[in-house]
Design a protein around this ligand. Structure first.
Ligand code: ATP
Length: 607
Protein backbone atom coordinates (compact mmCIF):
# COMPACT_ATOMS: atom_id res chain seq x y z
CA UNK A 1 0.00 0.00 0.00
CA UNK A 2 1.15 3.53 -0.84
CA UNK A 3 2.53 5.54 2.04
CA UNK A 4 2.27 8.93 0.35
CA UNK A 5 -0.66 11.16 1.12
CA UNK A 6 -1.90 11.49 -2.45
CA UNK A 7 -5.35 10.54 -3.48
CA UNK A 8 -8.25 11.84 -5.60
CA UNK A 9 -9.98 14.08 -3.04
CA UNK A 10 -12.78 15.15 -5.36
CA UNK A 11 -13.60 11.60 -6.37
CA UNK A 12 -13.67 10.49 -2.74
CA UNK A 13 -15.99 13.31 -1.68
CA UNK A 14 -18.18 12.67 -4.71
CA UNK A 15 -18.57 9.06 -3.66
CA UNK A 16 -19.42 10.11 -0.12
CA UNK A 17 -22.04 12.57 -1.34
CA UNK A 18 -23.45 10.01 -3.74
CA UNK A 19 -23.92 7.71 -0.78
CA UNK A 20 -25.90 10.43 1.04
CA UNK A 21 -28.09 10.78 -2.06
CA UNK A 22 -28.90 7.08 -2.04
CA UNK A 23 -29.14 6.59 1.72
CA UNK A 24 -30.65 9.77 3.21
CA UNK A 25 -31.39 12.73 0.89
CA UNK A 26 -32.98 14.74 3.71
CA UNK A 27 -29.52 15.54 5.01
CA UNK A 28 -29.10 17.97 2.08
CA UNK A 29 -32.20 19.92 3.14
CA UNK A 30 -30.93 20.10 6.73
CA UNK A 31 -27.56 21.23 5.41
CA UNK A 32 -29.10 24.17 3.54
CA UNK A 33 -31.13 25.33 6.56
CA UNK A 34 -28.15 24.84 8.87
CA UNK A 35 -25.83 26.77 6.53
CA UNK A 36 -28.15 29.77 6.25
CA UNK A 37 -29.14 30.02 9.90
CA UNK A 38 -25.70 29.14 11.25
CA UNK A 39 -24.01 31.40 8.68
CA UNK A 40 -26.13 34.45 9.52
CA UNK A 41 -25.84 34.04 13.29
CA UNK A 42 -22.27 35.43 13.78
CA UNK A 43 -22.99 38.35 11.43
CA UNK A 44 -25.40 39.79 14.00
CA UNK A 45 -22.57 40.06 16.54
CA UNK A 46 -20.52 41.94 13.95
CA UNK A 47 -23.29 44.43 13.16
CA UNK A 48 -24.79 45.01 16.63
CA UNK A 49 -21.94 47.17 18.08
CA UNK A 50 -21.97 49.49 15.06
CA UNK A 51 -25.74 50.10 15.30
CA UNK A 52 -25.52 50.56 19.05
CA UNK A 53 -22.58 52.95 18.88
CA UNK A 54 -24.32 54.95 16.13
CA UNK A 55 -27.49 55.17 18.25
CA UNK A 56 -25.56 56.14 21.39
CA UNK A 57 -23.43 58.78 19.68
CA UNK A 58 -26.11 60.20 17.40
CA UNK A 59 -27.58 63.58 18.35
CA UNK A 60 -31.04 63.07 19.83
CA UNK A 61 -30.59 59.29 20.32
CA UNK A 62 -32.58 57.93 23.28
CA UNK A 63 -32.87 54.84 25.46
CA UNK A 64 -35.93 53.48 23.63
CA UNK A 65 -34.00 53.50 20.34
CA UNK A 66 -31.14 51.57 21.95
CA UNK A 67 -33.61 49.12 23.52
CA UNK A 68 -35.34 48.59 20.17
CA UNK A 69 -32.04 47.76 18.46
CA UNK A 70 -31.03 45.36 21.25
CA UNK A 71 -34.45 43.66 21.17
CA UNK A 72 -34.49 43.20 17.38
CA UNK A 73 -30.99 41.75 17.44
CA UNK A 74 -31.81 39.46 20.36
CA UNK A 75 -34.94 38.09 18.68
CA UNK A 76 -33.09 37.50 15.41
CA UNK A 77 -30.20 35.82 17.21
CA UNK A 78 -32.57 33.62 19.23
CA UNK A 79 -34.50 32.47 16.14
CA UNK A 80 -31.39 31.79 14.07
CA UNK A 81 -29.44 30.32 16.99
CA UNK A 82 -32.17 27.88 18.08
CA UNK A 83 -32.88 26.75 14.52
CA UNK A 84 -29.18 26.19 13.87
CA UNK A 85 -28.74 24.10 17.02
CA UNK A 86 -31.94 22.12 16.48
CA UNK A 87 -31.04 21.21 12.89
CA UNK A 88 -27.59 20.04 13.94
CA UNK A 89 -29.02 17.85 16.69
CA UNK A 90 -31.42 16.27 14.21
CA UNK A 91 -28.72 15.64 11.62
CA UNK A 92 -25.97 14.10 13.76
CA UNK A 93 -27.89 10.81 14.40
CA UNK A 94 -28.45 10.59 10.65
CA UNK A 95 -24.72 10.94 10.05
CA UNK A 96 -24.10 8.26 12.70
CA UNK A 97 -26.51 6.02 10.78
CA UNK A 98 -24.53 6.66 7.58
CA UNK A 99 -21.30 5.65 9.30
CA UNK A 100 -22.87 2.51 10.76
CA UNK A 101 -24.14 1.47 7.35
CA UNK A 102 -20.60 1.91 5.98
CA UNK A 103 -19.50 -0.30 8.89
CA UNK A 104 -22.12 -2.87 7.88
CA UNK A 105 -20.51 -2.96 4.43
CA UNK A 106 -17.08 -3.47 6.02
CA UNK A 107 -18.43 -6.41 8.03
CA UNK A 108 -20.16 -7.89 5.00
CA UNK A 109 -16.90 -7.58 3.05
CA UNK A 110 -14.81 -9.16 5.80
CA UNK A 111 -17.02 -12.23 6.06
CA UNK A 112 -17.02 -12.72 2.28
CA UNK A 113 -13.37 -12.20 1.31
CA UNK A 114 -11.10 -15.15 0.60
CA UNK A 115 -10.26 -17.07 3.73
CA UNK A 116 -6.52 -16.78 3.01
CA UNK A 117 -6.62 -13.16 4.23
CA UNK A 118 -7.93 -14.30 7.61
CA UNK A 119 -4.67 -16.13 8.30
CA UNK A 120 -2.58 -13.18 7.14
CA UNK A 121 -1.69 -10.65 9.84
CA UNK A 122 -0.17 -8.22 7.32
CA UNK A 123 -3.52 -7.99 5.53
CA UNK A 124 -5.14 -6.48 8.62
CA UNK A 125 -2.18 -4.18 9.19
CA UNK A 126 -2.26 -2.95 5.59
CA UNK A 127 -5.98 -2.29 5.83
CA UNK A 128 -6.18 -1.15 9.41
CA UNK A 129 -6.89 2.51 8.60
CA UNK A 130 -9.46 1.59 5.98
CA UNK A 131 -11.19 -0.60 8.56
CA UNK A 132 -10.83 1.98 11.32
CA UNK A 133 -12.38 4.66 9.13
CA UNK A 134 -15.84 3.26 9.84
CA UNK A 135 -15.14 2.27 13.40
CA UNK A 136 -15.23 5.48 15.36
CA UNK A 137 -17.38 8.58 15.53
CA UNK A 138 -14.61 11.15 15.62
CA UNK A 139 -12.59 10.26 12.54
CA UNK A 140 -12.87 8.62 9.13
CA UNK A 141 -16.28 8.56 7.50
CA UNK A 142 -18.30 10.12 10.32
CA UNK A 143 -15.62 12.72 11.01
CA UNK A 144 -15.55 13.85 7.36
CA UNK A 145 -19.35 13.98 7.08
CA UNK A 146 -19.64 15.98 10.32
CA UNK A 147 -16.92 18.41 9.29
CA UNK A 148 -18.48 18.87 5.83
CA UNK A 149 -21.82 19.59 7.48
CA UNK A 150 -20.30 22.02 9.99
CA UNK A 151 -18.25 23.75 7.30
CA UNK A 152 -21.42 25.05 5.57
CA UNK A 153 -22.31 27.93 7.95
CA UNK A 154 -18.66 28.80 8.55
CA UNK A 155 -18.06 29.10 4.80
CA UNK A 156 -21.23 31.19 4.51
CA UNK A 157 -20.17 33.64 7.26
CA UNK A 158 -16.60 33.75 5.93
CA UNK A 159 -17.74 34.55 2.42
CA UNK A 160 -19.91 37.41 3.73
CA UNK A 161 -17.06 38.81 5.79
CA UNK A 162 -14.50 38.37 2.99
CA UNK A 163 -16.64 40.51 0.66
CA UNK A 164 -17.21 43.02 3.43
CA UNK A 165 -13.56 43.39 4.49
CA UNK A 166 -12.26 43.03 0.92
CA UNK A 167 -14.29 46.09 0.00
CA UNK A 168 -12.65 48.07 2.80
CA UNK A 169 -9.05 47.01 2.22
CA UNK A 170 -7.64 44.22 0.12
CA UNK A 171 -4.38 44.04 2.14
CA UNK A 172 -6.19 43.10 5.34
CA UNK A 173 -7.86 40.32 3.44
CA UNK A 174 -4.63 39.11 1.88
CA UNK A 175 -2.96 39.06 5.31
CA UNK A 176 -5.78 36.95 6.66
CA UNK A 177 -5.62 34.57 3.72
CA UNK A 178 -1.85 34.20 4.18
CA UNK A 179 -2.50 33.24 7.78
CA UNK A 180 -5.03 30.62 6.74
CA UNK A 181 -2.86 29.25 3.92
CA UNK A 182 0.03 28.84 6.37
CA UNK A 183 -2.28 26.99 8.77
CA UNK A 184 -3.41 24.58 6.06
CA UNK A 185 0.14 23.99 4.83
CA UNK A 186 1.40 23.26 8.34
CA UNK A 187 -1.40 20.85 9.15
CA UNK A 188 -1.09 19.12 5.81
CA UNK A 189 2.68 18.72 6.13
CA UNK A 190 2.35 17.36 9.66
CA UNK A 191 -0.34 14.96 8.55
CA UNK A 192 1.64 13.82 5.51
CA UNK A 193 4.41 12.81 7.84
CA UNK A 194 2.09 10.98 10.22
CA UNK A 195 0.47 9.21 7.25
CA UNK A 196 3.93 8.12 6.10
CA UNK A 197 4.38 6.48 9.48
CA UNK A 198 0.91 4.91 9.47
CA UNK A 199 2.22 1.40 8.87
CA UNK A 200 4.53 1.68 11.92
CA UNK A 201 1.68 3.09 13.99
CA UNK A 202 -0.73 0.38 12.82
CA UNK A 203 1.84 -2.32 13.51
CA UNK A 204 2.56 -1.05 17.04
CA UNK A 205 -1.12 -0.45 17.69
CA UNK A 206 -2.09 -3.96 16.63
CA UNK A 207 0.50 -5.50 18.93
CA UNK A 208 -0.55 -3.34 21.88
CA UNK A 209 -4.21 -4.13 21.34
CA UNK A 210 -3.35 -7.82 21.25
CA UNK A 211 -1.83 -7.66 24.73
CA UNK A 212 -4.76 -5.64 25.96
CA UNK A 213 -7.28 -8.08 24.50
CA UNK A 214 -5.62 -11.12 26.04
CA UNK A 215 -6.24 -9.67 29.51
CA UNK A 216 -10.00 -9.80 29.18
CA UNK A 217 -10.53 -12.68 26.78
CA UNK A 218 -12.29 -15.54 28.60
CA UNK A 219 -10.21 -18.08 26.73
CA UNK A 220 -6.90 -16.83 28.15
CA UNK A 221 -8.06 -16.40 31.76
CA UNK A 222 -6.95 -19.78 33.07
CA UNK A 223 -3.59 -20.00 31.30
CA UNK A 224 -2.65 -16.46 32.28
CA UNK A 225 -3.22 -17.22 35.94
CA UNK A 226 -1.85 -20.73 36.16
CA UNK A 227 1.24 -20.07 34.05
CA UNK A 228 1.89 -16.60 35.45
CA UNK A 229 1.61 -15.02 32.02
CA UNK A 230 0.96 -11.69 33.82
CA UNK A 231 4.69 -10.87 34.02
CA UNK A 232 5.24 -11.79 30.38
CA UNK A 233 2.25 -9.70 29.27
CA UNK A 234 3.37 -6.69 31.35
CA UNK A 235 6.94 -6.95 30.11
CA UNK A 236 6.01 -7.31 26.45
CA UNK A 237 3.37 -4.62 26.75
CA UNK A 238 5.81 -2.09 28.24
CA UNK A 239 8.25 -2.82 25.40
CA UNK A 240 5.48 -2.21 22.89
CA UNK A 241 4.39 1.08 24.45
CA UNK A 242 7.98 2.33 24.39
CA UNK A 243 8.09 1.68 20.64
CA UNK A 244 4.67 3.24 20.14
CA UNK A 245 5.53 6.38 22.12
CA UNK A 246 8.80 6.74 20.14
CA UNK A 247 6.84 6.84 16.87
CA UNK A 248 4.33 9.28 18.33
CA UNK A 249 7.13 11.50 19.65
CA UNK A 250 8.74 11.81 16.24
CA UNK A 251 5.34 12.75 14.76
CA UNK A 252 4.71 15.36 17.48
CA UNK A 253 8.21 16.86 17.09
CA UNK A 254 7.53 17.40 13.42
CA UNK A 255 4.20 19.06 14.25
CA UNK A 256 5.90 21.34 16.79
CA UNK A 257 8.49 22.69 14.35
CA UNK A 258 5.92 23.20 11.62
CA UNK A 259 3.70 25.00 14.15
CA UNK A 260 6.34 27.80 14.39
CA UNK A 261 5.55 28.90 10.83
CA UNK A 262 1.89 29.07 11.68
CA UNK A 263 2.53 31.42 14.61
CA UNK A 264 4.74 33.64 12.42
CA UNK A 265 2.03 33.99 9.77
CA UNK A 266 -0.53 34.82 12.48
CA UNK A 267 1.65 37.63 13.86
CA UNK A 268 2.29 39.16 10.43
CA UNK A 269 -1.40 39.11 9.51
CA UNK A 270 -2.49 40.67 12.84
CA UNK A 271 0.10 43.44 12.68
CA UNK A 272 -1.01 44.31 9.14
CA UNK A 273 -4.69 44.44 10.10
CA UNK A 274 -4.21 46.70 13.11
CA UNK A 275 -1.83 49.01 11.27
CA UNK A 276 -4.30 49.55 8.41
CA UNK A 277 -7.38 50.01 10.65
CA UNK A 278 -5.60 52.46 12.99
CA UNK A 279 -4.31 54.40 9.96
CA UNK A 280 -7.84 54.60 8.51
CA UNK A 281 -9.37 55.74 11.82
CA UNK A 282 -6.74 58.44 12.24
CA UNK A 283 -7.72 59.55 8.73
CA UNK A 284 -11.44 59.91 9.36
CA UNK A 285 -13.07 56.48 9.75
CA UNK A 286 -15.71 56.53 12.51
CA UNK A 287 -15.18 54.73 15.85
CA UNK A 288 -18.36 52.70 15.17
CA UNK A 289 -16.90 51.46 11.87
CA UNK A 290 -13.51 50.84 13.52
CA UNK A 291 -15.15 48.63 16.16
CA UNK A 292 -17.24 46.86 13.52
CA UNK A 293 -14.21 46.09 11.35
CA UNK A 294 -12.16 44.93 14.34
CA UNK A 295 -14.96 42.49 15.25
CA UNK A 296 -15.37 41.51 11.58
CA UNK A 297 -11.65 40.81 11.19
CA UNK A 298 -11.45 38.92 14.48
CA UNK A 299 -14.53 36.88 13.57
CA UNK A 300 -13.20 36.17 10.09
CA UNK A 301 -9.81 35.15 11.53
CA UNK A 302 -11.52 32.64 13.82
CA UNK A 303 -13.86 31.49 11.04
CA UNK A 304 -11.08 31.02 8.50
CA UNK A 305 -8.93 29.27 11.11
CA UNK A 306 -11.79 26.87 11.84
CA UNK A 307 -12.46 26.44 8.14
CA UNK A 308 -8.78 25.72 7.52
CA UNK A 309 -8.83 23.13 10.32
CA UNK A 310 -11.91 21.54 8.84
CA UNK A 311 -10.50 21.64 5.34
CA UNK A 312 -7.25 20.00 6.49
CA UNK A 313 -9.20 17.47 8.49
CA UNK A 314 -11.39 16.59 5.51
CA UNK A 315 -8.33 16.29 3.26
CA UNK A 316 -6.48 14.15 5.78
CA UNK A 317 -9.25 11.88 6.99
CA UNK A 318 -10.50 11.68 3.42
CA UNK A 319 -7.39 9.59 2.72
CA UNK A 320 -8.70 6.91 5.03
CA UNK A 321 -12.15 7.13 3.52
CA UNK A 322 -10.46 6.68 0.14
CA UNK A 323 -8.61 3.66 1.57
CA UNK A 324 -11.99 2.40 2.73
CA UNK A 325 -13.55 2.74 -0.73
CA UNK A 326 -10.51 1.04 -2.22
CA UNK A 327 -10.86 -1.80 0.26
CA UNK A 328 -14.56 -2.19 -0.50
CA UNK A 329 -14.07 -1.94 -4.28
CA UNK A 330 -11.05 -4.25 -4.52
CA UNK A 331 -12.06 -7.78 -5.29
CA UNK A 332 -10.62 -9.86 -2.48
CA UNK A 333 -12.48 -12.93 -3.57
CA UNK A 334 -15.78 -11.52 -2.30
CA UNK A 335 -17.12 -10.66 -5.75
CA UNK A 336 -16.69 -14.24 -6.86
CA UNK A 337 -18.21 -15.33 -3.55
CA UNK A 338 -21.42 -13.53 -4.39
CA UNK A 339 -21.58 -13.91 -8.14
CA UNK A 340 -23.44 -16.89 -9.52
CA UNK A 341 -21.61 -19.38 -11.70
CA UNK A 342 -23.08 -22.22 -13.69
CA UNK A 343 -20.80 -24.91 -12.34
CA UNK A 344 -22.69 -25.87 -9.22
CA UNK A 345 -25.73 -26.46 -11.40
CA UNK A 346 -23.79 -29.13 -13.25
CA UNK A 347 -23.88 -31.10 -10.00
CA UNK A 348 -27.24 -32.49 -9.03
CA UNK A 349 -28.46 -31.36 -5.62
CA UNK A 350 -27.05 -33.66 -2.99
CA UNK A 351 -24.93 -35.55 -5.54
CA UNK A 352 -22.21 -37.69 -3.98
CA UNK A 353 -18.81 -36.14 -4.47
CA UNK A 354 -15.52 -37.40 -5.79
CA UNK A 355 -12.44 -35.34 -5.02
CA UNK A 356 -9.28 -35.67 -7.08
CA UNK A 357 -5.93 -34.17 -6.07
CA UNK A 358 -4.02 -33.92 -9.34
CA UNK A 359 -0.33 -33.10 -8.87
CA UNK A 360 -1.16 -30.60 -6.13
CA UNK A 361 1.62 -28.57 -4.52
CA UNK A 362 0.97 -25.99 -1.87
CA UNK A 363 2.74 -23.43 0.26
CA UNK A 364 0.94 -20.85 2.38
CA UNK A 365 0.87 -17.35 0.87
CA UNK A 366 3.93 -15.36 1.85
CA UNK A 367 5.95 -18.51 2.67
CA UNK A 368 8.15 -20.70 0.51
CA UNK A 369 7.90 -23.92 2.48
CA UNK A 370 5.93 -26.52 0.54
CA UNK A 371 3.43 -28.37 2.73
CA UNK A 372 2.71 -30.72 -0.21
CA UNK A 373 4.57 -31.40 -3.44
CA UNK A 374 2.96 -33.18 -6.38
CA UNK A 375 0.23 -34.77 -4.31
CA UNK A 376 -1.93 -37.26 -6.20
CA UNK A 377 -4.86 -39.15 -4.78
CA UNK A 378 -8.61 -39.58 -5.10
CA UNK A 379 -11.42 -39.66 -2.58
CA UNK A 380 -14.01 -41.78 -4.34
CA UNK A 381 -17.77 -41.25 -4.31
CA UNK A 382 -19.33 -42.48 -1.09
CA UNK A 383 -15.96 -43.44 0.34
CA UNK A 384 -15.03 -42.85 3.97
CA UNK A 385 -11.40 -41.81 4.00
CA UNK A 386 -9.38 -41.61 7.21
CA UNK A 387 -6.51 -39.16 7.11
CA UNK A 388 -3.86 -39.83 9.72
CA UNK A 389 -0.29 -38.78 10.27
CA UNK A 390 2.20 -36.90 12.32
CA UNK A 391 1.65 -33.40 13.73
CA UNK A 392 2.18 -30.67 11.17
CA UNK A 393 2.05 -33.10 8.20
CA UNK A 394 -0.62 -30.97 6.58
CA UNK A 395 -3.85 -32.84 7.34
CA UNK A 396 -5.84 -29.71 8.21
CA UNK A 397 -4.23 -27.91 5.29
CA UNK A 398 -5.62 -30.61 3.03
CA UNK A 399 -9.12 -29.78 4.27
CA UNK A 400 -8.56 -26.06 3.63
CA UNK A 401 -7.57 -26.93 0.06
CA UNK A 402 -10.46 -29.22 -0.78
CA UNK A 403 -13.02 -26.84 0.68
CA UNK A 404 -11.53 -23.95 -1.33
CA UNK A 405 -10.46 -21.93 1.73
CA UNK A 406 -6.99 -21.87 0.14
CA UNK A 407 -6.10 -22.37 -3.53
CA UNK A 408 -3.48 -24.89 -4.62
CA UNK A 409 -0.15 -23.26 -5.51
CA UNK A 410 0.31 -25.71 -8.38
CA UNK A 411 -1.79 -28.54 -9.78
CA UNK A 412 -5.54 -28.95 -9.63
CA UNK A 413 -8.21 -30.22 -7.27
CA UNK A 414 -11.39 -31.40 -8.99
CA UNK A 415 -14.81 -32.10 -7.59
CA UNK A 416 -16.72 -34.52 -9.81
CA UNK A 417 -14.43 -33.49 -12.65
CA UNK A 418 -14.83 -29.72 -12.21
CA UNK A 419 -11.79 -27.76 -10.95
CA UNK A 420 -12.43 -26.27 -7.50
CA UNK A 421 -11.35 -22.87 -8.81
CA UNK A 422 -14.32 -22.85 -11.21
CA UNK A 423 -16.93 -22.98 -8.47
CA UNK A 424 -18.28 -19.88 -6.88
CA UNK A 425 -17.10 -19.90 -3.24
CA UNK A 426 -20.60 -19.78 -1.84
CA UNK A 427 -21.58 -22.86 -3.85
CA UNK A 428 -18.36 -24.58 -2.92
CA UNK A 429 -18.76 -23.94 0.81
CA UNK A 430 -22.33 -25.21 0.57
CA UNK A 431 -21.02 -28.64 -0.45
CA UNK A 432 -19.26 -29.38 2.82
CA UNK A 433 -20.40 -30.15 6.33
CA UNK A 434 -17.17 -29.71 8.25
CA UNK A 435 -16.22 -30.03 11.89
CA UNK A 436 -12.91 -28.28 12.51
CA UNK A 437 -10.31 -28.83 15.19
CA UNK A 438 -10.89 -25.46 16.77
CA UNK A 439 -14.53 -25.15 17.74
CA UNK A 440 -16.18 -21.79 17.46
CA UNK A 441 -19.32 -21.22 19.44
CA UNK A 442 -20.90 -17.83 18.83
CA UNK A 443 -22.73 -15.81 21.46
CA UNK A 444 -26.07 -16.48 19.75
CA UNK A 445 -28.84 -18.91 20.70
CA UNK A 446 -28.22 -22.64 20.40
CA UNK A 447 -30.55 -22.89 17.41
CA UNK A 448 -28.74 -20.03 15.68
CA UNK A 449 -25.44 -21.79 16.37
CA UNK A 450 -26.79 -24.91 14.70
CA UNK A 451 -28.81 -23.49 11.82
CA UNK A 452 -26.23 -20.69 11.25
CA UNK A 453 -27.79 -19.06 8.22
CA UNK A 454 -30.65 -16.73 9.15
CA UNK A 455 -32.66 -17.44 6.02
CA UNK A 456 -34.36 -20.69 6.96
CA UNK A 457 -34.55 -22.42 10.29
CA UNK A 458 -36.17 -25.79 10.89
CA UNK A 459 -36.38 -26.10 14.66
CA UNK A 460 -37.35 -29.79 14.57
CA UNK A 461 -34.23 -30.58 12.56
CA UNK A 462 -32.13 -28.50 14.98
CA UNK A 463 -33.35 -30.65 17.88
CA UNK A 464 -32.81 -33.85 15.92
CA UNK A 465 -29.24 -32.85 15.03
CA UNK A 466 -28.50 -32.02 18.67
CA UNK A 467 -29.89 -35.38 19.79
CA UNK A 468 -27.90 -37.27 17.16
CA UNK A 469 -24.73 -35.50 18.25
CA UNK A 470 -25.35 -36.65 21.85
CA UNK A 471 -26.73 -33.46 23.39
CA UNK A 472 -30.24 -34.75 24.21
CA UNK A 473 -29.66 -34.83 27.97
CA UNK A 474 -27.86 -31.50 28.00
CA UNK A 475 -30.75 -29.87 26.18
CA UNK A 476 -33.16 -31.01 28.90
CA UNK A 477 -31.16 -29.08 31.52
CA UNK A 478 -31.50 -25.77 29.68
CA UNK A 479 -34.56 -23.73 30.74
CA UNK A 480 -34.88 -22.08 27.34
CA UNK A 481 -33.95 -25.18 25.33
CA UNK A 482 -32.67 -24.33 21.86
CA UNK A 483 -33.49 -20.66 22.52
CA UNK A 484 -30.83 -20.53 25.20
CA UNK A 485 -28.10 -17.98 24.42
CA UNK A 486 -24.57 -19.33 24.47
CA UNK A 487 -21.54 -17.80 26.21
CA UNK A 488 -21.64 -15.02 28.76
CA UNK A 489 -20.11 -12.39 26.51
CA UNK A 490 -23.44 -10.82 25.52
CA UNK A 491 -26.10 -12.30 27.84
CA UNK A 492 -25.39 -12.72 31.54
CA UNK A 493 -27.38 -15.96 31.68
CA UNK A 494 -25.63 -17.34 28.60
CA UNK A 495 -24.63 -20.98 28.87
CA UNK A 496 -21.00 -22.11 28.70
CA UNK A 497 -20.59 -25.58 27.21
CA UNK A 498 -17.69 -27.83 28.16
CA UNK A 499 -15.07 -28.58 25.50
CA UNK A 500 -16.71 -31.92 24.68
CA UNK A 501 -20.21 -30.42 24.61
CA UNK A 502 -18.99 -27.70 22.25
CA UNK A 503 -17.52 -30.38 20.03
CA UNK A 504 -20.89 -32.16 19.98
CA UNK A 505 -22.51 -28.85 19.10
CA UNK A 506 -20.13 -28.51 16.15
CA UNK A 507 -21.07 -32.03 15.02
CA UNK A 508 -24.76 -31.10 15.32
CA UNK A 509 -24.09 -28.01 13.19
CA UNK A 510 -22.52 -30.21 10.49
CA UNK A 511 -25.41 -32.70 10.69
CA UNK A 512 -27.99 -29.95 10.34
CA UNK A 513 -26.25 -28.56 7.28
CA UNK A 514 -26.59 -31.97 5.62
CA UNK A 515 -24.16 -31.05 2.83
CA UNK A 516 -22.93 -33.36 0.06
CA UNK A 517 -19.69 -34.22 1.81
CA UNK A 518 -18.71 -34.60 5.46
CA UNK A 519 -15.31 -33.55 6.78
CA UNK A 520 -14.35 -34.12 10.38
CA UNK A 521 -11.01 -32.81 11.60
CA UNK A 522 -10.36 -34.34 15.03
CA UNK A 523 -14.04 -34.23 15.91
CA UNK A 524 -13.70 -36.35 19.04
CA UNK A 525 -10.50 -34.91 20.57
CA UNK A 526 -12.46 -33.41 23.47
CA UNK A 527 -14.97 -36.24 23.87
CA UNK A 528 -14.95 -38.81 26.65
CA UNK A 529 -14.44 -42.45 25.67
CA UNK A 530 -18.18 -43.21 25.69
CA UNK A 531 -19.15 -40.21 23.62
CA UNK A 532 -16.33 -40.99 21.21
CA UNK A 533 -17.47 -44.60 20.88
CA UNK A 534 -20.98 -43.35 20.15
CA UNK A 535 -19.69 -41.10 17.35
CA UNK A 536 -17.63 -43.97 15.91
CA UNK A 537 -20.57 -46.35 15.99
CA UNK A 538 -22.95 -43.89 14.45
CA UNK A 539 -20.47 -42.47 11.95
CA UNK A 540 -21.88 -44.43 9.03
CA UNK A 541 -25.33 -43.25 10.03
CA UNK A 542 -24.07 -39.68 10.46
CA UNK A 543 -22.58 -39.53 7.00
CA UNK A 544 -25.32 -41.70 5.48
CA UNK A 545 -23.66 -42.75 2.25
CA UNK A 546 -21.92 -39.44 1.59
CA UNK A 547 -18.26 -39.09 0.79
CA UNK A 548 -16.54 -38.42 4.11
CA UNK A 549 -13.10 -37.51 5.38
CA UNK A 550 -12.20 -38.26 8.95
CA UNK A 551 -8.98 -36.82 10.35
CA UNK A 552 -7.84 -38.21 13.64
CA UNK A 553 -4.81 -39.13 15.69
CA UNK A 554 -6.80 -41.94 17.27
CA UNK A 555 -6.19 -44.83 14.96
CA UNK A 556 -9.20 -46.78 16.18
CA UNK A 557 -11.16 -44.38 14.00
CA UNK A 558 -9.55 -45.80 10.88
CA UNK A 559 -11.33 -49.09 11.35
CA UNK A 560 -14.70 -47.74 10.27
CA UNK A 561 -13.25 -45.99 7.23
CA UNK A 562 -12.86 -47.61 3.81
CA UNK A 563 -9.41 -46.23 3.10
CA UNK A 564 -6.60 -44.59 4.98
CA UNK A 565 -4.22 -41.88 3.80
CA UNK A 566 -1.14 -41.64 5.99
CA UNK A 567 0.77 -38.34 5.82
CA UNK A 568 4.20 -37.48 7.14
CA UNK A 569 6.52 -34.50 6.68
CA UNK A 570 7.01 -35.41 3.01
CA UNK A 571 3.33 -35.65 2.12
CA UNK A 572 1.26 -38.76 1.39
CA UNK A 573 3.32 -41.72 2.52
CA UNK A 574 0.85 -44.62 2.49
CA UNK A 575 -2.61 -45.14 1.05
CA UNK A 576 -4.93 -48.16 1.27
CA UNK A 577 -7.35 -50.06 3.50
CA UNK A 578 -6.50 -50.78 7.14
CA UNK A 579 -5.74 -54.40 6.30
CA UNK A 580 -3.51 -53.46 3.37
CA UNK A 581 -1.50 -50.96 5.38
CA UNK A 582 -1.15 -53.34 8.33
CA UNK A 583 0.11 -56.00 5.98
CA UNK A 584 2.62 -53.58 4.45
CA UNK A 585 4.06 -53.02 7.97
CA UNK A 586 5.09 -49.45 7.18
CA UNK A 587 4.67 -46.16 9.03
CA UNK A 588 0.93 -46.65 9.61
CA UNK A 589 1.54 -50.13 11.00
CA UNK A 590 4.18 -48.75 13.41
CA UNK A 591 1.94 -45.96 14.64
CA UNK A 592 -0.95 -48.34 15.05
CA UNK A 593 1.17 -50.78 17.04
CA UNK A 594 2.46 -48.03 19.34
CA UNK A 595 -1.05 -46.84 20.10
CA UNK A 596 -2.27 -50.42 20.47
CA UNK A 597 0.52 -51.20 22.89
CA UNK A 598 -0.48 -48.44 25.30
CA UNK A 599 -4.12 -49.27 24.88
CA UNK A 600 -3.48 -52.95 25.71
CA UNK A 601 -1.31 -51.99 28.68
CA UNK A 602 -4.07 -49.72 29.93
CA UNK A 603 -6.60 -52.51 29.63
CA UNK A 604 -4.26 -54.92 31.41
CA UNK A 605 -3.74 -52.47 34.29
CA UNK A 606 -7.45 -51.85 34.69
CA UNK A 607 -8.09 -55.60 34.74
N1 ATP B 1 -1.70 -19.86 7.85
C1 ATP B 1 -0.56 -20.52 7.82
N2 ATP B 1 0.55 -19.91 7.34
C2 ATP B 1 1.72 -20.56 7.27
N3 ATP B 1 1.91 -21.82 7.69
C3 ATP B 1 0.85 -22.48 8.18
C4 ATP B 1 -0.43 -21.88 8.29
N4 ATP B 1 -1.29 -22.78 8.82
C5 ATP B 1 -0.55 -23.90 9.04
N5 ATP B 1 0.71 -23.73 8.66
C6 ATP B 1 1.79 -24.72 8.70
O1 ATP B 1 1.45 -25.79 7.83
C7 ATP B 1 1.91 -27.01 8.34
C8 ATP B 1 0.77 -28.03 8.34
O2 ATP B 1 -0.20 -27.59 9.28
P1 ATP B 1 -1.55 -28.42 9.50
O3 ATP B 1 -2.34 -27.70 10.52
O4 ATP B 1 -2.17 -28.68 8.20
O5 ATP B 1 -0.98 -29.79 10.09
P2 ATP B 1 -1.77 -31.03 10.71
O6 ATP B 1 -1.26 -32.23 10.03
O7 ATP B 1 -3.25 -30.80 10.66
O8 ATP B 1 -1.24 -30.96 12.21
P3 ATP B 1 -1.89 -31.50 13.56
O9 ATP B 1 -1.88 -32.99 13.51
O10 ATP B 1 -0.95 -31.00 14.58
O11 ATP B 1 -3.24 -30.92 13.67
C9 ATP B 1 2.46 -26.73 9.72
O12 ATP B 1 3.88 -26.70 9.64
C10 ATP B 1 1.93 -25.35 10.05
O13 ATP B 1 2.84 -24.64 10.83
Amino acid sequence: MENDLKYPVGQTLKKMLHYVTTADKKIYLYFIIFTITGGMYPLFSVLLPKYLLNEITKAGGDASGILRIVLIFLILMAVFGFTRTFIREVTIPRIIYLRLSYLGKTMDKLVSIDYKYMEDASFFEDNSRALDSTNSDDNGVEGVYTKLFDAGPIAFTSLGLILFIGKLNIWILLGLLLNVAAGIWVKRSAYKYSYKRKQDVAHADRRMKYYYNTTHDFGFGKDIRLYRFQDRINKNYSQEIKGFVKIQRSIKNREYFLGMFEILAFLISNALTYAILVYKTVNGMSIADFSMYIIAVTTLTVMLGTLADQFSYILNEGQYVYDYFNFIDTDLGDKAYKEKTQNAEKLKKGETLEIVFDNVSFCYPGTDKYIFKNLNFTIHKGEKLAIVGINGAGKSTLVKLMTGLFAATEGEIRINGIPVSEFNKKELYAMFSAVFQEINVLAYTIKENIACSSLVMDEKRVIKALEKAGLKEKLKTLPKGIDQTMLKVIEEDGVEFSGGESQKLAIARALYKDASMVIMDEPTAALDALAEAEIYESFSDLVSGKTAVYISHRLASTKFCDRIAFFDGDGLREYGSHEELMEAQGAYYNMFMVQGKYYNEEVAVSE
